[in-house]
Design a protein around this ligand. Structure first.
Ligand code: PEP
Ligand code: MG
Length: 576
């Protein structure tokens, strides 16, 4: 296969480009034949032995992951242990062996396939992902039963790129980071466990490249570019050289960025801003520290509530918040209260299916309705506040009434803690996200009631332009350069400043190299982004003049189309 180039959606969390020999995992696929057995008893014994060995392996993987990667990632193997202890699952396998007198591996495969189908047909992304866990566990037992040795990703003797249908969490956890320099999968989404693990391990990866397995064989040379979102199989010499140069430049650029660690985020004419990071779990702190974040601008706490069967306790939450606050102290940490609903489902809350979940029962609306859940989180936050510099932020506020109600509940929780003699910090700032147009429009009124605003452009763009942020078909309409969005942002910053509060941004737009100068020109005080974007943003800010950007921002406000806004930026601002 010469020079085959495939375009696909890149997984935005991974960047960089790589070329190396490939290892095609398709070869490890197992064919299972149906066989009649003589002794049911012996067959069940064989099955139980394979389950036992699998348990030991998973236990070892759990310990390895806990020690080398993190608690959050190790949880995957807790889930695997639960599957291995599931009497319903293995009861059905045993039943099949008994009644049909068939071999254990075939019975297991049939029961597993039935379970997977049920999970995959569920209308819930999380449950769909669980199908992969069941497959992972069942494959492990089947390999035991058949005595198959698999490619050991922890013991490779040369650098490889892994090509696979999808990678199981066990595969990803064992990967030798020195040897596996990247992976490409046919399936899997940005929220699949293997993608999450790869992100934590900082292994470049691209997911969702259909047809890649059929086009690659072991030993092929592969270039993949996370920036461009392209894969090239067996490139010619010239292409290889071109990408080697690109890789060198990329590495050089990354090294240059490292020099900016410890330096302030300040424009040439002395305007200092804060560049902080977005996180989802306490483990993400490592990436923030590595990239010299000046604090946390958005801790999405909903992940504590997801991937489980019951609500997290106050204690569990307290520990998570404390960990982040302590690790960042004295830097600021903005923790957002629960923002579930929309694309973030929590199955155990049994929320009715809605026609328009993004316009529905979500975030602060849910918290003001289920006050007990909200209060538990606020208690945990307040108790943790003594360990660092906490700022509390409410999501999805769309009216003054909602904001006042949320603040009232916070006061009630403070009073409860006072009466119990429980300590909390006295100077906690309280802010809100501006992600609904109605909030942006009355931001002059809302600004009187909070200590800060953080603009959530991911939602603000979708609500302002009526473009579903998850809908690929209308992706071209989801545009941060849209003049309506630009005008709303300017209005919010001005209204915040008139009331003397600081204004930040924690949507993806805050880390967009083309828009950072404009936001500086509009006077944004704080930029919150994924850790990997921080040093690049600092470099851009240190290379521009606030005064000049202000002039450009003022001109942009009058432009009529997104295209003209983008072109004006391209023509007037040089970014690296
Ligand atoms: C936003 O809407 O911009 C935001 C940061 O929140 P989330 O992406 O979690 O909805
Ligand atoms: Mg949002």
């Amino acid at each position: 296969m010469k020079n085959r180039r495939q375009k696909h959606e890149r997984s935005s969390s991974f960047t960089g480009n790589s070329h190396r020999k490939s290892t095609n995992k398709k070869e490890a696929q197992i064919k299972i034949e149906k066989k009649e057995i003589d002794s049911v008893e012996d067959e069940i014994k064989r099955l139980n032995k394979a389950i036992e060995v699998s348990k030991q392996q998973i236990q070892a993987l759990y310990q390895h992951t806990l020690k080398n990667i993190g608690q959050e990632e190790a949880k995957i193997f807790e889930a695997h242990m639960m599957i291995l202890d599931d009497p319903e699952y293995f009861g059905q396998v045993q039943q099949k062996i008994k009644t049909e007198k068939i071999n254990a591996e075939y019975a297991l495969k049939q029961v597993t396939d039935a379970f997977i189908e049920i999970f995959q047909n569920m209308d819930n992304e999380y449950m769909k992902e669980r199908a992969l866990d069941i497959k992972d566990v069942s494959d492990r037992i089947i390999r035991q039963l058949l005595g198959i040795k698999t490619v050991d990703l922890s013991k490779l003797d040369e650098e490889v790129i892994i090509i696979a249908e999808d990678l199981t969490p066990s595969d990803t956890a064992q990967m030798d980071k020195q040897k596996v320099i990247g992976f490409i999968t046919e399936t899997g989404g940005r929220t699949s466990h293997s993608a999450i693990m790869a992100r934590t391990l900082e292994i470049p990866a691209i997911v969702g490249v259909e047809g890649i397995i059929a086009n690659v064989k072991n030993g092929d040379i592969i270039i993949f570019d996370g920036d461009e979102g392209s894969v090239i199989i067996n490139p010619d010499k010239e292409t290889l050289k071109q990408y080697k140069d690109k890789k060198e430049k990329y590495e050089q650029f990354q090294n240059e960025l490292k020099q900016l660690k410890g330096k302030p985020s300040i424009t040439k004419d002395g305007c200092k801003v804060e560049i902080v990071g977005n996180i989802g779990t306490p483990n993400d702190i490592e990436g923030l520290i590595k990239n010299d974040a000046e604090g946390v601008g958005l801790y999405r706490t909903e992940f504590i509530y997801m991937d489980r069967d019951t609500l997290p306790t106050e204690e569990e939450q307290f520990e998570a918040y404390k960990k982040v606050l302590q690790a960042m102290n004295p830097k600021p940490v903005v923790i957002r209260t629960l923002d579930i609903g929309g694309d973030k489902e929590v199955s155990y809350l049994n929320i009715d299916k809605e026609m328009n979940p993004f316009l529905g029962y979500r975030a602060i609306r849910l918290c003001l309705d289920k006050v007990e859940i909200f209060k538990v989180q606020l208690r945990a936050l307040l108790r943790a506040s003594i360990y660092g510099n906490l700022k509390i932020m409410f999501p999805m506020i769309s009216s003054l009434e909602e904001l006042l109600e949320a603040k009232k509940i916070l006061q009630e929780v403070k009073r409860d803690l006072d009466s119990e003699g429980v300590e909390y910090a006295s100077n906690i700032e309280v802010g809100m996200m501006i992600e609904v147009p109605s909030a942006a429009i009355i931001s002059d009124i809302l600004a009187k009631e909070v200590d800060f605003f953080s603009i959530g452009t991911n939602d603000l763009i979708q609500y302002t332009t009526a473009v579903d942020r998850m809908n690929q078909k209308i992706r071209h309409l989801y545009n941060p350069f849209n003049p309506a969005v630009i005008r709303l942002i300017k209005m919010v910053i001005d209204n915040g400043h008139k009331q003397g509060i600081w204004v930040g941004m924690c949507g993806e737009m805050a880390g967009d190299p083309k828009l950072i100068p404009i936001l500086i020109g509009m006077g944004l005080d704080e930029f919150s982004m994924s850790p990997i974007s921080i040093l690049r943003a600092r470099r851009i800010i240190r290379n521009i003049e606030r005064k000049e950007m202000e002039k450009i921002a003022n001109q942009i406000i009058d432009l009529p189309t997104a295209e003209e806004v983008e072109r004006f930026i391209d023509e007037n601002i040089a970014i690296d």
